[in-house]
Design a protein around this ligand. Structure first.
Ligand SMILES: Cc1cc2nc3c(=O)[nH]c(=O)nc-3n(C[C@H](O)[C@H](O)[C@H](O)COP(=O)(O)OP(=O)(O)OC[C@H]3O[C@@H](n4cnc5c(N)ncnc54)[C@H](O)[C@@H]3O)c2cc1C
Length: 304
C-alpha cells in the first residue's frame, strides 16, 4: 500500500457513504437475496461454489438478530429450490453475540437446523479478537453436541491461532484459514506482512496434520502457490480441501484455480447493512486512493 493509501485508510470513516457505496459495489452482490442468488448462479455456471453472507453485523437489538437468523432460513430454502451450489457464512455478532451469548446460540442453532433440513453447511466467520473466545467456545459446544454441519474460521495474524488449532484438535475440524482483516494490537497479532504469511503456512500444515478439511482463503499468490505445493506433497485430492476467495477480488486467479481442477468457493455478501463490510474491503484494496480519487473526480466532472 502506498503512503497515500495508508492515509486514506485512516480517514476512511470520513468518506461520504454514497462514495463508499459506489466504489465498494464490486464486493457486494446487492441489497436483496435475489441479487445474491443471481451472482451465485453465475458463479456456479463458471464452476465456482459460493457461500452466502447476510450482512448484519451492526445490529443492536434481539429482534434484529432473530430476523437475520430467519433470513438464513429463506436463503437455505432458495438454495435448495434453485439447486444452487452454496452454503452460508454467518457472523455471530449479527446473530446477537454482543447482546447475549445464549440468544446468539439459539439463533445459530436455528440456522443450523435449517441447514440440516437441506443437508447444507454453516461457516461461522471470525470477527475481531473480542469475539474469539466466545466463537471458539460456541463451536466446541456445537461440535460436542453432535452438530457436524458447522465450520469455523481461524486467522493467521493472531498469535494464539497455532495454539487454538492444537486445542481444537480431535473435534473433526472444518476450518477456513485466512490472514484476518481486523486491526489488532501487537500483543495479540503479528503486524508484519511476512510474519502473517509464515503463520498462515504453519497453520495450514498444523490443520492438515490434524486431518482438518481446510478452506484456504487467500488471494495472495505466494500463499496459493505454497498451499498448492503442500497439497501436492500430501497427495490430497480436490474433495479434501477447497480454495476460497471474496466476490470482486482477483477473479481471474480464481478462474485459474478452477481450470487446474481445484474446488473454489466465493464469498457472496448481500443485504442492506453493507457499510462495515465495504469499509473493510476498501481498506485492503491496494489501489484505494486511485478509486477514491476517480470516484470523486467523476462527481466533479459531470458527464464523465
Ligand atoms: C472467502 C474469504 C472469507 C474470509 N473470511 C474472513 C473472516 O471470517 N474473518 C477475517 O478476519 N477475515 C476474513 N477474510 C479476509 C482475510 O482475512 C483477508 O483480509 C483478505 O482475504 C485479504 O488477505 P489475502 O490473504 O488475500 O492477502 P493480501 O495480501 O491482503 O491480498 C493479496 C492480493 O489480493 C488482492 N486483494 C486483496 N484484497 C483486495 C481487495 N479488497 N480489493 C482488491 N484487491 C484485493 C490484491 O491484489 C492483494 O495484493 C476472508 C477472506 C476470504 C477470501
Amino acid at each position: 500500500m502506498s503512503v497515500l493509501d495508508k492515509a486514506i485508510v485512516r480517514v476512511m470513516p470520513a468518506v461520504p457513504k454514497p462514495v463508499v457505496r459506489r466504489i465498494s459495489a464490486r464486493y457486494i452482490a446487492g441489497t436483496e437475496l435475489d441479487d445474491a442468488l443471481r451472482v451465485v448462479r453465475n458463479l456456479n455456471a463458471a464452476g465456482k461454489m459460493a457461500t452466502i453472507d447476510v450482512l448484519g453485523e451492526e445490529i443492536t437489538a434481539a429482534g434484529e438478530a432473530q430476523a437475520i437468523a430467519q433470513t438464513y432460513g429463506a436463503v437455505f430454502d432458495t438454495i435448495s429450490d434453485q439447486r444452487l451450489d452454496s452454503n452460508v457464512s454467518v457472523k455471530l455478532t449479527a446473530l446477537g453475540l454482543k447482546l447475549d451469548y445464549g440468544l446468539c446460540r439459539e439463533n445459530l442453532e436455528e440456522v443450523l437446523a435449517h441447514a440440516s433440513a437441506h443437508d447444507n453447511f454453516v461457516r461461522i466467520d471470525m470477527e475481531d479478537s473480542s469475539t474469539t473466545d466466545d466463537t471458539l467456545r460456541l463451536y466446541r459446544e456445537l461440535r460436542e453436541g453432535g452438530h457436524d454441519n458447522v465450520g469455523i474460521v481461524l486467522q493467521a495474524c493472531l498469535r494464539r491461532t497455532h495454539d487454538d488449532i492444537r486445542t481444537l484438535a480431535g473435534l473433526g475440524l472444518n476450518v477456513r484459514l485466512c490472514k484476518g482483516i481486523y486491526i489488532e494490537p501487537p500483543e495479540l497479532a503479528y503486524q508484519g506482512f511476512q510474519e502473517v504469511r509464515e503463520s498462515f503456512v504453519t497453520a495450514l500444515d498444523l490443520l492438515l496434520d490434524e486431518g482438518a478439511y481446510v478452506g484456504i482463503a487467500t488471494h495472495d499468490d505466494r500463499l496459493v502457490a505454497e498451499a498448492q505445493r503442500t497439497l501436492h506433497e500430501r497427495r490430497l485430492e480436490p474433495g479434501q480441501y477447497e480454495f476460497q476467495m471474496l466476490l470482486g477480488v482477483r477473479s481471474s486467479m480464481g478462474d485459474t484455480l478452477v481450470a487446474e481442477g481445484h474446488r473454489l468457493r466465493i464469498y457472496v455478501p448481500f443485504g442492506r447493512q453493507w457499510y462495515a463490510y465495504s469499509i473493510r474491503r476498501l481498506q485492503e484494496n491496494p489501489r484505494l486512493a486511485g478509486h477514491i480519487a476517480f470516484d470523486t473526480l467523476g462527481r466533479l466532472i459531470p458527464g464523465r
